[in-house]
Ligand binder design. Structure first.
Ligand code: BGC
Length: 763
């Protein structure tokens, strides 16, 4: 047998072994299987596994298939149906070692059925609802052949100028950690190998939400205690929940880009946290090391990234181009290469792809005929979750709920905006599936009430802003400009208002305004829409503002104009129906803010769990030399945890099981919550803790637990909370995680501001 034949035999045995479970590579033993496969791989094939390629205009599909067949691509993203992905997997099966590809996509808040944006999901404070989102997304995405999602995004956001605030779960560490965990578990199900599971890639590691000035992609400079106490726990919680991978952030951390940050990825992630999954760079991040000023050229960038622990290079050119030379010169070792390849193969193994490369692609005969068929959507789930995400901010003189009678004016540039309904990162959601607000209202009233519609204003009258927002979406115009003069649009809306009993104005941001690369210098509703609100107010008709936006807005002025304000975020495919459910009282609103709404942009950063200081501003006792702004009232407009209901709820009798507790012991807290209103409804009882005196200043309060409860009108219930020993711990100046003896305060409220308090002593 000549050498070639021998090689052929080995290859054919190996490739069989990849799927046939032979003794040479027992599929049931992950490590042995991967080690065996690794031994058979050429250097080029190994490098190929580290390359994640975007399916887009950059490379023709035919060329991609050739590259895959040659073993030069490990996975792709952005192609999202079985007919698109099957030929690529077929190409992988033609490659020498038949190593399967994986197919990834940004499934953030739904795949085809679009749920509310993440900031809206967080406002549900409802882990079952959130699990429904993750599970439904996984079922839809896997049915469409996807193996992996770049989610959840658990970056804490305390600067709402940052456009990606919409994509995360708000400002709080505990709430975001809980949600991250649920998202991971529901995406992955009992195992990421299941045919209806997708692997979760937690992002953006780390601290992306803290970019300076809210400017996307900017630097992050942060003390270690703040990092460890506030920003890192959500990533950790998501990984501990079993997430298969991590996407590395685009920002630098204390001067070192995350992508070349050995401390971040080796010391913290791998060594301290024991993470065993795959790490993926963000789009183009390795190349960007040059512009960060830490790499001289592409070669050095690739070297820094792989040495720091980036396994896969997203939208790769540099790993493909530079690793061969770096390996040849010995600057990158075989061991370093093998380690990265091992993680990628491990992720593929965990996704069940070695067992069956077509586990999610399925057979061509079973491909659905119409991927975009309405029957494929999960509309009931979307409507249920969307209504839970809506936050009632104001309701003067019981303006809401509205009656399904008389005439209702529906105005505003977002009242009939199917694209905006979905919010940014809407995966494969289709605007034609969106129920807009106008449509939802129409369905809800049937022939019981008359609706009159007028657009009233464009989203923005600023040409440059308009062009920017439309530039963001290459496929179709994001926002459509009504060319009529602003005054004409307003007149039309005023006419509609005058013939109506109540006016509902749907205003705020178009979805592109709260997106990647959409940082803002103001949190105001654009002037064109404010002029509309002013004119509507002048009609004297009851005015309801339905807000659509992906970040806190500064609403001090709007609050004075409106009789009621409902925050609806971007509420997804069923948004219009869900909003109508709430406006007419078919659903009693229960959402609570997961992020503080400041009065003005100048107050930023403003978050509820800030550290204590020596000269705090005390409401009602202004005076000089306290920490305050003298030009406007201090404190937020709407605090974290805030949200109204059509019912009223009261809390009483906060009780602790003991006045003191020993280290390591739990403490019980109980409180009575009562629905004092006339309607059944849900509320969120929030438990906060303050460490009164410690080795370093601690936050004024920190959320440690909550319960969302449904109470019938007049019903009262005692809720029990367990305060665990770990709930009292924090990372001190030496980064030791410990609880320090002394006084603690337990605070319980229906938002983060109005709380009841009891103290105990940690011995
Ligand atoms: C974003 C990531 C996203 C990736 C792939 C990047 O621009 O920062 O969050 O997963 O693109 O779409």
């Amino acid at each position: 047998m000549n050498k070639l034949c021998l090689l052929g035999l080995v290859v054919s045995l190996a490739s069989q072994s990849a799927f046939a479970d032979t003794p040479a590579a027992p599929l049931q033993d992950k490590q042995a299987f991967i080690a065996n496969l690794l031994k058979q791989m050429t250097q080029d094939e190994k490098i190929g596994q580290l390359r994640l390629i975007s399916i887009g205009p950059e490379m023709p599909r035919e060329r991609i298939r050739e590259e895959i067949a040659a073993g030069r691509i490990g996975g792709t993203f952005n192609s999202r149906t079985a007919p698109e992905n099957r030929p690529m997997q077929d190409a992988a099966m033609r490659s020498r070692l038949k190593i399967p590809m994986f197919f990834a996509y940004d499934v953030i808040h739904g795949n085809r059925t679009i749920f509310p944006i993440s900031l809206g999901l967080a406002a549900t404070w409802d882990m079952q609802a959130i699990a429904k989102v993750g599970r439904t997304s996984a079922i839809e995405a896997s049915a469409d052949s996807l193996d992996m999602t770049f989610a959840p995004m658990v970056d804490i956001a305390r600067d709402p100028r940052w456009g990606r605030t919409s994509e995360g779960f708000g400002e709080d560490t505990y709430l975001t950690s809980r949600i991250g965990k649920v998202m991971v578990q529901s995406f992955q199900g009992s195992s990421p190998a299941n045919p209806d599971s997708i692997m979760a890639i937690v992002k953006h590691f780390a601290l992306y939400g803290a970019v300076e000035g809210g400017r996307d992609y900017n630097t992050v400079d942060m003390s270690l205690p703040k990092m460890y106490n506030d920003y890192l726990p959500p990533y950790r919680a998501s990984l501990d929940a079993g997430a298969g991978g991590v996407m590395v952030a685009l920002n630098s951390i204390n001067g070192v880009p995350a992508t070349s940050n050995t401390w971040l990825m080796n010391d913290l992630l791998r060594k301290d946290w024991g993470f065993k999954g795959v790490t993926i760079s963000d789009h183009g991040a390795i190349q960007e090391l040059i512009r960060h000023g830490v790499a001289r050229d592409g070669r050095e960038a690739a070297k820094l990234a792989i040495k720091a622990g980036i396994d896969m290079s997203m939208n790769d050119t540099l790993y493909g181009e530079e690793l061969p030379g770096l390996l040849k010169s010995g600057e990158v070792s075989q061991a370093e290469l093998d380690q990265a390849v091992r993680e990628v193969l491990g992720a593929k193994y965990d996704m069940g792809l070695f067992k069956d490369p077509y586990v999610r692609i399925g057979k061509a005969e079973t491909d659905v005929k119409d991927y975009y068929a309405d029957q494929r959507l999960h509309r009931d789930a979307a409507r249920d979750v969307a209504r839970r995400s809506l936050v009632l901010l104001e309701n003067r003189a019981q303006t809401l709920p509205l009656k399904k009678s008389g005439t209702i004016a529906v105005v505003g540039p977002l009242a009939d905006a199917p694209i905006d309904m979905m919010g940014s990162w809407a995966a494969d959601g289709r605007p034609e599936h969106s129920v807009t607000f106008r449509e939802g209202l129409r369905r809800a009233v049937g022939d019981k009430a008359k609706l009159v519609y007028a657009k009233g204003a464009n989203v923005t009258g600023d040409k440059a802003m308009f062009d920017y927002l439309n530039f963001l979406n290459f496929a179709a115009p994001e926002i459509i400009n009504d060319p009529r003069p602003a005054a004409v649009l307003i007149d039309e809306a005023v006419k509609a208002a005058k013939q109506s009993d109540v006016v509902v104005a749907v205003v705020g941001e178009s979805r592109g305004m709260s997106h990647e690369s959409s940082s803002r210098t103001t949190l105001e509703i654009p002037e064109s829409q404010r002029a509309l609100i002013k004119a509507l107010k002048a009609t004297g008709k009851p005015l309801v503002l339905v807000l659509m936006n992906g970040r806190p807005l500064s609403l001090a002025w709007e609050r004075e104009q409106a009789d009621a304000i409902l925050e609806t975020w971007f509420s997804g495919t069923e948004g219009g129906n869900a909003i109508a459910d709430v406006l007419f009282g078919d659903y009693n609103p229960s959402g609570k803010l997961a992020i503080t709404f400041p009065r003005s942009v100048g107050q930023i950063p403003m978050y509820y769990n800030h550290l204590r200081i020596g000269r705090p501003f005390t409401p009602g006792k202004p005076g000089n030399y306290t920490s305050q702004y003298f030009e406007e009232p201090n404190g937020p407009l709407y605090p974290f945890g805030y949200g109204l209901s059509y019912s009223d709820f009261s809390l009483s009798g906060l009780n602790l099981s003991s006045k003191s507790v020993k280290q390591g012991q739990d403490l019980q807290a109980s409180i009575v919550v009562k629905n004092t209103g006339k309607r059944d409804g849900e509320t969120v009882v929030q438990l906060y803790v303050q460490d009164v005196s410690a080795s370093m200043s601690r936050p004024v309060k920190e959320l440690k637990n909550f319960q969302k409860v449904m109470l019938k009108a007049g019903e009262e219930r005692t809720l029990h909370f367990t305060l665990k020993a770990d709930d009292l711990k924090f990372y001190n100046g030496q980064l030791q995680w410990a609880a320090e003896p002394g006084e603690f305060r337990v605070q319980v409220g229906l938002d983060s501001q109005a709380v009841q308090e009891q103290s105990f002593e940690l011995l």
